[in-house]
Design a protein around this ligand. Structure first.
Ligand code: NAD
Length: 268
């Protein structure tokens, strides 16, 4: 297996996307629908716009007031969905409580659903896709190996487990109701351990790990020290452990660009 860092890998993908886009007659374009000003969302959206600019794509942000009515937002989303100059679109979550998230997301046509949140979307959700693409690039031998995914959300844990299953791994999904002794057992047998809980220090020196294991740390939480932490403590005795920050977040972001490119190639 290669040991190329995530930073190096992502910068390689961005360079090739940029080169491909330079040769196109029209720039790929995607829309970001955003309501209100959640601090986290504001910075994620800024990052997406910056990433797009770096490879020569256009990201258009449609910002709405925190109190926008659900029907008005629905009409706006429908208009963007019909706009033939837009290859892909995202509704930045979370939406304010008075808005039915499911209804708004259902208005995104599957061929423009670059976040891949709807079961009908033609795209794989960005975080699971980013992880599997990177492991593929490293030459990780998925087939017949044990994958343990901790976390069962609809945007990370479940789609990741499904994707790993499609790569012929033996997949176990653990969650908040898993007993401690069972967690130790599964972790000790994992060839690939994917952590997606947001609980800092969930995986630490209490457990034993296969020295050949790969740990993919999706979790991000802010500690009382103000710093970002993953679900695993750094420096576990395994073959490869992805860092936080500067790990899965970068893979997720570059996957979004890849999905936009796929939407563009497929045609509006
Ligand atoms: P979520 O809150 O929807 O799901 C968390 C999951 O963790 C749940 O399924 C729950 O059962 C499980 N869980 C909680 N406590 C647990 C415990 N003590 N032991 C075992 N399982 C436990 O979160 P999410 O949207 O799936 O995100 C998970 C984490 O990944 C968060 O920290 C989030 O910020 C991060 N995230 C990172 C990226 C990225 O690009 N790096 C993308 C998405 C999410």
């Amino acid at each position: 297996m290669l040991t190329t860092s995530i930073k190096e890998y992502v910068s390689g993908i961005k360079s090739s996307l940029k080169e491909e886009i330079e040769g196109l007659s029209r720039k790929p374009r995607f829309a970001i629908v955003k309501v209100g000003h959640d601090v986290g969302s504001d910075s994620y959206v800024k990052g997406k716009v910056r990433d797009a600019g770096e490879v020569g794509m256009e990201a258009v942000v449609h910002q709405y007031d925190e109190n926008v009515a659900e029907d008005e937002l629905a009409r706006e989303v429908e208009t963007i969905a019909l706009d033939r100059s837009v290859d892909g679109m995202i509704v930045q979550l979370p939406l304010p409580r008075h808005i039915d998230e499911g209804r708004i997301l259902s208005l995104i046509p599957p061929k423009k659903d670059i976040d891949g949140f709807s079961p009908l979307s033609r795209f794989v959700p960005c975080t699971p896709k980013g992880i599997v693409d990177y492991l593929d690039f490293l030459g990780f031998p998925f087939k017949g190996l044990n994958a343990v995914v901790i976390g069962r959300s609809n945007i990370v844990g479940k789609p990741l487990a499904k994707l790993l299953l499609s790569r012929d791994m033996n997949v176990t999904v653990l969650h908040s109701k898993t007993k401690e002794e069972d967690r130790s057992f599964y972790i000790a047998h994992a060839d690939l351990l994917c952590l997606a809980t947001g609980k800092a220090g969930l995986a630490d020196a209490r457990y034993s790990y296969k020295p050949s294991a790969v740990i993919v740390d999706v979790g991000i939480s802010r500690g009382s020290d103000g710093r970002l932490h993953g679900d695993a403590v750094p420096g576990l005795p395994v073959y490869l452990q992805t860092p936080v920050p500067g790990g899965v977040g970068l893979l997720t972001r570059v996957s979004l660009l890849r999905n936009v490119m796929e939407a563009y190639r497929h045609g509006i």
